[in-house]
Ligand binder design. Structure first.
Ligand code: MN
Length: 310
């Protein structure tokens, strides 16, 4: 962690990347870090690049920069486990790349990698980084980081939330976060999402053995007029059902089916790895080439649940 600050000090330009289809924690890490570095080093040029997120747009919006900005720049990539998920492939043009992440380290793409899965959110890592180095956390960063902290922990409900998580949250409140403001931003719902929930509750499928899933074909997403990100966000609606410890949301893309696989029981990232995926022990992603592979996948999930009980 100390080495990271030493590196940061060497560069006049720092470009912060995140992952494709950024979520609250990705945004939190990116904009949180940007504000902290800007406050500590006002003469440095600090940029955030990558995709925009509608869901957390109050946190910030990305900068547009030319390729030549990367000359002599330091690239920092947050919240992204693998190279192919990094948003804006130009990160590699930086003189040095630092990876800061809390996912299982499958791809150490950085010249320097700070990867620690004991953090439930990269926003907690960035907050800790600031506190340990006595860096000021400006209000804009605190809002970003608190957003990341509560979205990746499901409002402090998931495993991985620790004493440290709450200490970090407390530090962000000290920095001026209005928790009610952030909660209202995150919980406000659009009519189309409200309607989509009706679809979820009417179309889930339960499989004997403890698996519940929902198919989200492309025409459903179009019919409800939601973004892919919004569609993906309903995964937890089918979680927590008694007798069904593993659940999945399957979204249809042009050439593949992307699966969000979740568990409140067995570890499922090993299973996800068999299907071009991976991630956390109880929250992973996977892919199928088409719906034709669904039955095989379901069979594997059931088998996996069975084996985990033995
Ligand atoms: Mn994260």
């Amino acid at each position: 962690m100390t080495n990271i600050l030493t590196e940061i000090k060497k560069y006049d330009t720092i470009i912060i990347h995140g992952h494709k289809r950024p979520d609250g924690d990705c945004y939190g890490g990116q904009y949180g870090l940007k504000g902290i570095l800007k406050a500590a080093f006002p003469n440095k040029n600090i940029y955030v690049v990558g995709e925009e997120s509608d869901y957390v747009k109050y946190v910030g919006s990305p900068d547009t920069i030319n390729d030549n900005v990367y000359l002599d720049a330091l690239s920092i990539v947050v919240d992204t486990a693998t190279k192919d998920r990094i948003s804006d492939p130009r990160y590699i043009k930086g003189k040095k790349v630092i990876k800061i992440d809390h996912h299982i380290d499958v791809d150490a793409y950085g010249d320097m990698n700070w990867v620690d899965t004991s953090y439930p959110a990269v926003s907690e890592m960035i907050t800790d980084f600031a506190l340990q180095h006595d860096l000021t956390i400006p209000l804009s960063s605190a809002i970003a980081l608190y957003t990341g902290l509560i979205t990746d922990t499901g409002r402090f409900r998931y495993r991985g939330v620790s004493n440290r998580t709450h200490v970090m949250a407390g530090a962000l409140i000290n920095a001026g976060v209005d928790v009610e403001f952030i909660d209202s931003k995150l919980t406000q719902e659009s009519l189309k999402m409200f309607a989509l929930k009706g679809y979820v509750y009417s179309n889930f499928v339960t499989v004997e053995g403890g698996f519940i899933y929902l198919k989200m074909p492309r025409d459903v997403i179009n019919q409800y007029g939601v973004t892919d990100e919004e569609a993906a966000s309903v995964v937890n609606l089918i979680g927590g059902l008694e007798g069904y410890p593993v659940w999945a949301l399957m979204i249809e893309y042009e050439n593949e089916i992307r699966i969000r696989l979740r568990s409140s029981g067995p570890v499922i990232n090993t299973l996800a790895e068999k299907y071009e995926g991976g991630g956390h022990a109880k929250a992973s992603g996977a892919r199928l080439p088409s719906w034709n592979h669904l039955d095989q996948f379901i069979g594997d999930v059931i088998q996996h649940i069975k084996e985990s009980k033995e």
